[in-house]
Design a protein around this ligand. Structure first.
Ligand code: NAP
Length: 327
């Protein structure tokens, strides 16, 4: 008899509340090199909102022109290994894992390649672990790789209080920076608690008008004019963008193109990156998490059948830390 499982499922583009439904579907079994994970928690990101609404529409070229090619949200998972496929060497049944799996986390079980998973530190909950992968990878790769951050640098993090920003503040500190965080007033204390040396409330102060210059700007929000941001860099400094305007058709693409043009002849580099699910980077994050060097800030915790509300909320763009779904 076919075994089934509960999952959150959508097969047309639209607002989460209108297209996402609870379904019983066939439980996957692990293929060669795959691990079957009993999912305990997942987290949602702005990308889940974009993939579900099909906006910006340019994304549909790669994600399904008429209907979405991905049906279950949730790229981050934390859970327990239920069974393993042929050739799996890193994990055994019963191991607790976390990982970045590209989608499918909003379900009771998930079959994932073992290279997308790492061991979950014992000291953190499944929710705290599920919050990390995409946001943590973006912060780590953005600062260390695209931004080439060095110890002692002045780093400005614009959007220091959301999913990516809360990890970015902690990772930048762990890499030895002096960090200035930008956020709204309700999050100033959180940014300070996470280690930001200075915090600027963007609703009352213009962080581009303080006269200070930075070696590295990590911009989660992507809202300020690039000309103003480039002027905030010291010569040889770097601006790293990861997000941008929401727009229904092309989203951040024009901004990304302008960054490239602005970098052509300038000593102040501007770059945009997309995080990659590298196992060694997940290992680094799990290690930092296990040693308490970084921690997850969880804004809201939803149940599986409340996933639509979770995705609506993340789509508003003002989460305070991560939005988690417990299975
Ligand atoms: N490139 C990649 O690989 C990658 C990976 C993950 C995410 N992203 C993108 O990065 C962006 C952020 O993702 P996230 O998960 O961190 O989202 P999030 O949890 O919704 O956080 C967004 C943050 O932006 C802040 N913000 C909004 N307007 C601002 C402004 N004018 N100035 C400064 N901060 C502002 C918000 O803070 P307040 O509530 O205080 O306003 C909020 O904390 C999204 O566009 C997402 O698609 C890209």
């Amino acid at each position: 008899m076919t075994e089934t499982m509960r999952a959150q499922w959508y097969e047309r583009y639209g607002r989460p509340g209108g297209v996402l439904e609870s379904r019983m579907i066939e439980r996957p079994s692990p293929g060669p090199g795959q691990v079957l994970v009993k999912v305990h928690a997942t987290s949602v990101q702005p990308l889940d909102w974009h993939l579900m609404t099909g906006e910006p529409r340019v994304m549909r070229v790669g994600m399904g022109l008429r209907r979405p090619s991905r049906n279950i949200p949730g790229a981050d998972v934390a859970g327990t290994v239920e069974s393993i496929g042929e050739g799996v060497t890193r994990f055994r049944v019963g191991d607790e894992v976390l990982g970045e799996v590209g989608g499918g986390g909003c379900a009771e079980y998930l079959a994932a390649p073992e290279r997308r998973l790492v061991a979950k530190p014992d000291s953190v909950s499944f929710e705290e672990a599920a919050a990390v992968p995409v946001a943590g990878l973006t912060a780590l790769q953005g600062l260390r790789d695209w931004g080439r951050q060095e110890a002692g640098q002045e780093v400005l993090i614009i959007g220091a209080s959301g999913g990516v920003g809360t990890y970015a503040v902690q990772v930048a500190k762990a890499l030895g920076a002096r960090v200035t965080g930008v956020c709204s007033p309700r999050n100033v204390e959180t940014a300070r608690d996470l280690g930001a040396d200075d915090v600027i409330d963007y609703t009352v102060s213009d962080y581009a008008a303080t006269g200070r210059r930075y070696d590295l700007i990590f911009d989660v929000a992507g809202k300020k004019a690039l000309s103003a941001l480039q002027r905030l860099l010291v010569p040889g400094g770097t601006y790293v963008g990861i997000g941008g305007p929401k727009g229904p058709w092309v989203g951040p693409l024009p901004r990304v193109a302008r960054m490239k043009v602005r970098s052509l002849f300038a000593s102040r580099r501007m770059t945009f990156g997309i995080a990659a699910a590298k196992q060694e980077d997940l290992e680094t994050l799990a290690d930092l998490l296990g040693r308490g060097v970084i921690r997850s800030v969880i804004d809201r915790n939803y149940k599986l059948d409340e996933t639509a509300a979770a995705v609506e909320y993340i789509g508003e763009g003002h989460a305070k830390g991560k939005v988690v779904v417990t299975i």
